[in-house]
Design a protein around this ligand. Structure first.
Ligand code: ZN
Length: 125
């Protein structure tokens, strides 16, 4: 899949400040915006990468604005954690970890946020 990574993204930085979180990965179209995490560390985290790649696929599948609308509507209906687009990405993330040792799987917990766009944070360990 074609995608781009932007480190120290101002968009992700704003999200990070709003959320008071230490790290953020946010997907817009084909671009993963990072703040508080370096490209290298992000790519090494197979579960996290697989999660965000799933959001990129969703953008491609539904179209840019349509997906943003569907995502927002879904979050308003069922909440951000049960948002079906997040559930799908969470499953993709778990599959991405399949070849990792159990100990590493345990600390690779990616959580969606209450923002109305796909913005995820990794739980600090
Ligand atoms: Zn997500």
């Amino acid at each position: 899949m074609k995608y781009k990574i932007v480190e120290n993204s101002p968009f992700a930085r704003i999200a990070r400040l709003v959320l008071k979180s230490s790290n953020v990965a946010m997907v817009l179209g084909k671009t993963i915006h990072l703040s508080g995490v370096k490209r290298e560390g992000f790519l090494k985290d197979k579960g996290w990468l697989a999660h965000e790649l799933c959001h990129i696929r969703q953008f491609q599948e539904y179209g840019f604005f349509r997906f943003l609308w569907l995502y927002l509507r879904e979050s308003m209906r069922v909440g951000y954690y049960n948002n079906k687009y997040e559930v799908e990405a969470r499953i993709a993330g778990l599959k991405g970890e399949i070849d990792l040792p159990v100990a590493q799987k345990a600390d690779s917990s990616i959580n969606p946020t209450e923002l109305p766009i796909p913005v995820d944070v990794k739980k600090e360990t």
